[in-house]
Design a protein around this ligand. Sequence first.
Ligand SMILES: [Zn+2]
Length: 271
Amino acid sequence: MRIRYLNCGTMFPRLAGAFAPCLDRSPAICMLVETDGRMVLVDTGFGTADMADTGRLGRGELLLNTRADPEQPALRQISRLGLDPADVSDIICTHLDRDHAGGLGDFPEARVHVLAAEREAALNPRSARERDRYRACHFAHGPKWVTHEAVSDERWFGMDCIRDVEGLPPGILLVPLRGHSRGQTGVAVDTGERWVLHCGDAYYVKEELRQRGKPSLGVRGFRRVAHVDFPAAMHCVGELRRIMREHFDEVTLIASHDQFEYRNLFGRPLD
Ligand SMILES: [Zn+2]
């Protein structure tokens, strides 16, 4: 399976420069997986309607400070690659936050895979924060949801996973990474040479996984604010650290908002 990396949104989070400089600019890294004549998109980033009106993104946008760039949505980028967006048969959302699910409406015919707990959180938010992070406008077209819950007996590098995902090729697995939201999942793709695990927002910059100690105070503060279950989120960080340490020759980890990973993938700094 071939993976193309797309950046489907660029944010310049306010206050990050002072408290967590590594997050002062953030991409929204998505993966376009080409497999047997169709495409699977992992996260959508922001959509065309969001770029036309960032007011759709809610109060959180005051902090995220997203650049309105009509060329960044996945729909536009897939067309520019000479591919047909109608061939995106499936979208897997690591979670349904505004910066990961904003483009769902650009692919109304695609099946949308998420963990059941995440869809429940997005469609029935419990708190003011959930009502803001999940944008009802992103789901108003009635996505063709396919939800997943039960983990497989066979683990993936020691982690719980969901194999044989309905409608997806066998080389794509879901690896639940709860904590950031009620039902975030990682998405593992077997390229034939190695595995790539898209971790969503389970970590922000790879430096967090390399450090023996704790991430910087600013990043930890950001986690406290951004995660619904801090202990679960930190457990995920520990597991990803272990994967990186023990399986660096078999697994590549990608996170949505890592500007340094962006530089590696795209060969230029994020600007
Ligand atoms: Zn995010």
